[in-house]
Design a protein around this ligand. Sequence first.
Ligand code: TRP
Ligand code: SF4
Length: 546
Amino acid sequence: MTGDDPREEPREFEDEASETAADAVAADDEGATPLRADGGAAGADDVALDPWGSSTVSDYRKLFDEFGIEEFDDVLDEVPHPHYLMRRGVIFGQRDYRSVVRALQNDEPAAVLSGFMPTGDPHIGHKLVFDEIIWHQQQGAEAHALIADLEANAARGLSWEEIDEHARSYLLSLLALGFDPKEGDLYRQSENREVQDLAFDLGAEANFSEFQAIYGFDGETDVSHMQSVVTQMADILYPQLDEPKPTVIPVGPDQDPHVRLARDLAERMRFFKVSKAYASFELEADERELVAEFSERLDPADFDDEQLRCVHVADTLEQTPLADLGVGASTLESVLTKLNEGGMEPLRPRTRFSDRRATEDAFDALIDAVEGEKRVYENHVDAFEIDRAEAEELAREIEVENGGYGFQPPSSIYHRFMTGLTGGKMSSSIPASHISLLDDPEDGYDKVKSATTGGRETAEEQREKGGKADECPVYELYAYLLAGDDDEFAKRVYDECVGGERLCGDCKEQAAQLMKEFLEEHQEKRAEVEELLEEADIELESPRRR
Ligand code: TRP
Ligand code: SF4
């Protein structure tokens, strides 16, 4: 069990290169991506992922190319009974959602969590997130919804009276739409001690430069605003406090910077890092690929005592033209140095557990738990008979048994922003642009009736060329809300519109009527769930008043 060469590299985190929200602003307006033919319409303006700014997205493709969000379509086929927002492409993106889908499929533990800043009345944009939480709860996930009161206070300067009033209203709509508070969990940030403690812990792995890079914070930024960020990180990881589990965070793409940071922090909190290695020393990813390729290519039988050694690979690399290696000269030089220093050390593939944050007891426990041939070094253990997946599982198990969190990186799904009824952005500060869930049903009717459409100048032109459903906020209302689960209806509206059979007057009349009915029904349900909310385990009045 002695090491060949227990040389150690300094502790190092392999963070995903993260693009900052701050440099992701103001993309151009070309190429708005329309929804699928049976779905909504394209959004407005620019790409700007700023959690506290005004976020609009004109080109959803940019979110894939520049931010690394993945297409929801990649996993859609695997989702059991997908929600209509998924089927219609309203939920367009995801990170690592497959892990949640697998858990749901196999009846394994999974969680959903999202949070609401109580800055105003809940509106039809929030309904998307309410629906996503509720759907996951119905699919068997443990469901959490939180009121981001600390954030509203710190980042938006709302008073506690305002916060309490709005919080109550969000919760009533969430319950009215079907959230089961007996099965699920509701909390407000300010009252959740576990979240506060976790936030403090997570703060140890984040620093100001990083906040600067991600959020554009500067020397003038309030410390409480920064605290609200670590609080959100804790919210996102909170479902995993009792045990690590796949967790999905349904949000708008403006929250993606938070999701990326939470995924990074989850990783940094881990006790051990599992990787593949070939000898006692550390290799960078591209170096490792090169060594892997050559160690496979060479036959140990061709060498003395049938043993492939570091020098053998070094020699072979040296004889190969650089152009055939597919790496730069500096990578080659670095890998050669390492291999030559390794000298006669045998080159053998192995699974490595590197100690990142483990306690001494945890590291010892890991050493004991590794089965088969192993080598122990000061800061890592190499296992020769365990594959990567087994190793990941073991590392998490030992971490959790020894007081660590064992977090899995949280997953996310992203929905499109709705276009405002008056065109442009849907904004809470322009009442005519959005429909509040508290709007008088008659006002809701009127707002839809006066909405902008994707219609043509004249009825003749519309009959001839068809309407532009992809650019129509009214069509969006059908796709995102009014058609509900009825895909056929949504598709019929679309087809009739683009086929010129549907004219905007009648179309809006129908939508306005449906909106009115929806609001009436929703508000009745809100009244009905009052009692359920009183019984729910959440503080409705904050003791804070300053
Ligand atoms: N920052 C979110 C917003 O502005 C609210 C929020 C707080 C949240 N904690 C969260 C969202 C955790 C998702 C997950 O609306
Ligand atoms: Fe929009 Fe007019 Fe088409 Fe209806 S008929 S979806 S209002 S463009």
